[in-house]
Ligand binder design. Structure first.
Ligand code: FES
Length: 594
């Protein structure tokens, strides 16, 4: 018999199979706990407080991620704790996965129309059954009279076509892709397309009218695979240990829901494009990810793919295709290609850096019409992970910080009492600590009236217990600063390597394009102050939002953009930092603050 777990303060009661951890039982019941590592006991994000009941738990793991006070109060890691009876469990706000602020819009671009699909209205009064017994032959002759050449039809079209031909309907609409009739529908029906940006943290969908090419609506959700780990490597590890089916079905369900909500009638969607990093791409397609998890991180395929959407479990028109944009390397996927295409970085005479900051940061440099790229393991610190009071950019997160003389100004998302600090707030805090010489070049706290002694050494308190919503101090510790140093050094090493390899100085850079959700919200001057970005004039930086989603829309619109994406993927030279001889020395240097 299962045990029962009651979660406070949610008031939710779930069943927990014997032998399952609290984390697994919560995930299967749809209560998503914060997790970077996907339940492997190494991120410390899933802390819960056992109020009542017996458990088995690994004290070793518990000790390394809970401070003394939390240990006394009965805190455990949910992923390390197996109930031995019914439990009452308190979920702190910081352990509950909350809806993150998502960036789904990007730059506006004019699209050159060279449509992938063609739509025709056919007058069936031209249909003469006596010409042939075969309905398909008759359809072909009708099409031929309008100079439309089709060699084949999707099975779903053949299944419906005969009854329509023999019905009283006088006109029908058909949709043709290349030489294939992929859909047959009522005359006058709107024809829709959906462009999906499948990110590690979020899924953004854009609905486009394929007749007028207008963007009708856009919507985003958190990628439900977050419950299996917040970074790409955790998901790959989960897939290797448990198979990829759960990961795959969670994403197809989320995409199907998004399309349903956007359209109200999924069968009107005649084409879908999808951009994703290589791991998300492989997991959705059910491709093996074993090679992505170890050097040289080789993908199964890099080129673009056209697959019947139904074969992936995606619910759109039955004969419709899903087009996947090509990738560049194991950790530089179709989303980066889409970003380069949408921002025009691939087609400029200027010297431009394009950066998409995430748990894995992809960076490209365009210089003298040549392009090179790197991917940097920047880690999840900017998502708030491995940071004492870190959290995602959600309600209650401190998102910007200004330190004055004996005074701290905080901006909190939704203007509520703070519960933690998100990536942009952490970046600001470290920059301000450095500006005021509260930390030195190595990131060590200096003697200062605003620095106090905490459980694990010196810390800087941003909000006191009486001002926070957790009734605890919200602070930045020496360990947090070290995490930011690791993350910013990874990004800076990538930038420096690209500049070095193309014989370029910082001053030669004409423009820095920062894409992606995190990049949209950071204060660029803080990123420069901590040495993450080159110290060049602020007006050279452009924060463009979800450019990958715009690239997916362009590919939805035209064949020309699809072949452009393929050319970009082939043209960009990938520099593998894992095998780069100067990497360690450059990385160590980049750890220091300017
Ligand atoms: S430590 Fe439990 S989810 Fe990472």
């Amino acid at each position: 018999l299962d045990y029962k777990i009651s979660f406070e303060p949610l008031g939710i009661r779930i069943n927990c199979p014997r032998g399952a951890t609290i984390f697994e039982a919560a995930r299967d019941a749809g209560v998503t706990l914060t997790s970077i590592c996907g339940g492997r006991g190494i991120c410390g994000q899933c802390r819960v407080q056992i109020l009542d009941g017996k458990t088995s738990s690994t004290a070793r793991k518990k000790k390394s991620y809970c401070n003394e006070q939390e240990l006394d109060e009965g805190f455990y890691l949910a992923c390390e704790t197996i109930p031995l009876g019914d439990l009452r469990v308190y979920l702190p706000l910081t352990s509950l996965s909350v809806e993150q602020r998502l960036q789904i819009n990007g730059p506006d671009v004019a699209s050159v129309i060279d449509p992938v699909l063609a739509h025709y209205e056919l007058d069936l009064r031209d249909y003469m059954p006596e010409k042939s017994y075969l309905d398909w032959d008759n359809l072909c002759s009708i099409l031929k009279t309008q100079s439309i050449r089709c060699a084949r039809a999707d099975l779903s079209v053949l299944q419906r076509f005969s009854s329509i031909l023999h019905s009283p309907v006088s006109t029908i609409g058909i949709t043709v892709r290349g030489d294939e009739v992929i859909d047959i529908h009522q005359a006058g029906q709107e024809i829709l397309g959906v462009a999906i940006d499948l990110g590690t943290m979020k899924i953004a969908a854009h609905l486009v009218d394929l007749n007028s090419w207008k963007l009708l609506a856009a919507r985003g959700v958190t990628n439900p695979q977050v419950a299996f780990g917040e970074d790409v490597m955790s998901r790959i590890t989960y897939a290797l240990e448990n198979g990829g089916n759960k990961l795959r079905s969670s994403v197809t369900t989320a995409i199907n829901q998004l399309i349903e909500e956007l359209t109200g009638d999924v069968e009107k969607v005649a084409e879908l494009t999808l951009v994703a990093n290589t791991a998300m791409h492989h997991l959705l397609l059910g491709l093996p990810v074993s090679h992505l998890g170890r050097a040289p991180y080789a993908p199964v395929i890099r080129s673009s793919l056209d697959i019947k959407a139904r074969d992936l479990g995606l619910h759109i028109a039955p004969g419709a295709y899903a087009h996947f944009l090509p990738g560049i390397a194991g950790f530089v996927g179709g989303d980066h290609v889409a970003m380069l295409m949408a921002t025009g970085i691939h087609d400029t005479d200027k010297t431009v850096l394009g950066i998409d900051i995430g748990t894995n940061t992809e960076i490209s440099l365009a210089r003298k019409r040549m392009m090179s790229c790197v991917s940097c393991a920047s880690g999840p610190a900017f998502e708030g992970a491995h940071i004492e009071n870190g959290m995602k950019a959600a309600s209650g997160a401190i998102e910007s910080v200004k330190i004055g003389r004996n005074r701290i100004e905080l901006t909190v998302i939704d203007n509520v009492p703070p519960i933690g600090i998100c990536g942009s707030g952490i970046l600001d805090t470290v920059a301000q600590l450095r500006r005021h010489r509260i930390i030195d070049k190595r990131g060590r706290f200096q003697d200062h009236e605003m620095v106090c002694q905490g459980d694990n050494g010196c810390e800087f308190i941003l909000a006191g217990a009486c001002d926070s919503n957790t009734r605890k101090n919200i602070c930045i510790t020496g360990g947090d600063i070290a995490e930011i140093q690791l993350a910013k050094a990874a990004i800076r090493t990538g930038i420096d390597t690209l500049l070095y390899e193309s014989n370029t100085n910082e001053e030669d850079i004409d423009e820095v394009v920062i894409a992606g959700a995190f990049g949209s919200y950071i204060d660029v001057s803080s990123a420069i102050a901590i040495g993450m970005l080159p110290s060049i004039s602020l007006d050279k930086f452009k924060q463009v939002g979800n450019a990958a989603g715009v690239g997916a829309r362009l590919a939805l619109a035209s064949k020309r953009h699809r072949s452009m994406a393929q050319k970009i993927a082939e043209k960009v030279r990938h520099i593998d930092l894992g095998n780069y001889s100067e990497f360690s020395s450059r990385y160590l240097k980049a750890m220091w603050f300017p």
